[in-house]
Write a new protein. Sequence first.
Length: 258
Amino acid sequence: MRSVYAIYRKEMGHYFVSPVAYVVVAVFLIVAGFFFRLYMSYAIAQSVEMAMQGMASNMDVPGEVLGAFFGLLSTLILFLAPMLTMGVFAEERKRGTMELLMTSPVTDLQVVIGKFLASLTLFAIMLLPTAFYVLYLCFHSEPRPPMAMVFAGYLGAMLLGASLLAIGSFISSLTESQLIAVVLSFGAILILWVLDFAVRGSDSVTGQVLQYISVIHHYDDFTHGIIDTSSLIYYVSVPILFIFLTVLSVDSIRWRRA
C-alpha cells in the first residue's frame, strides 16, 4: 500500500502543477453550471406556462432538471476524460522517466493502480462542486428532488468516469504522444458510446450484446434514480479489465527496455 500511495501522491502533485488539469476542471464547471441553469429555467417556464393555460401540471420540475443534468454530465465526461488521462503514461515515456518507474521497487500493478486512483480522485474533485447546483435546487424547489435520484446520478457519474479513465489510461500506456493518446482515447470511447444508438431497437443477439457493451446504455438507469445490478457489474468490470490490460502494456515496456 505504501508503494501505491507513493505513486498516487506523485501523480496528484503532477496534476496540481499542470495547467491542463485546471483548464479541464474550469471548463467542466462553467459548462455544467450554464446548462444546469438553462435546464432549470426551461423546466420552470414550462411549468408556469401550463399553469397559466389552466392545465393541471403534473410536471416534476426537480426530477426533470436532475435527469437532464445527469445526462449532460455523461456527455461532458466523454469529452474531458481523455484529457485527464492523456499524459498518465505517455508523458512518462516521452520524458524518459518511465525507466525510473521500471527500476524502482514497485510492481507494475502498483504503478497502474496508483495512477488510476490519482486520475479518479481528480475526477471526483472536478465533480464535487456540482453538488452545490443540486443543493441550490433542493433548497429552492417544492417538492424537493428525491435524494435517491441524486445519489444514483452521482454514483453513475463516478462509475462512468472510472470506466472511461481506465480506458484512457490503457491507451496512454501505448504511446509516447499525448496528442495521439487523447485522440485514440476519444475515438475508442466514442465507439463504445454510439453502439447503444446504432443497435437500439434491435432484437438480435448481436444487437443485444453490442448494446450491453455500450458504456452509455448502463448509465441511463442511474439518471432516473435506478441502480441496476447488471449496470453495477458492468461498471466494475470495465475498470478491472482495462487496469489489467494496462498492467500488461506496462509490463511489455519493461521487457522491451530490458
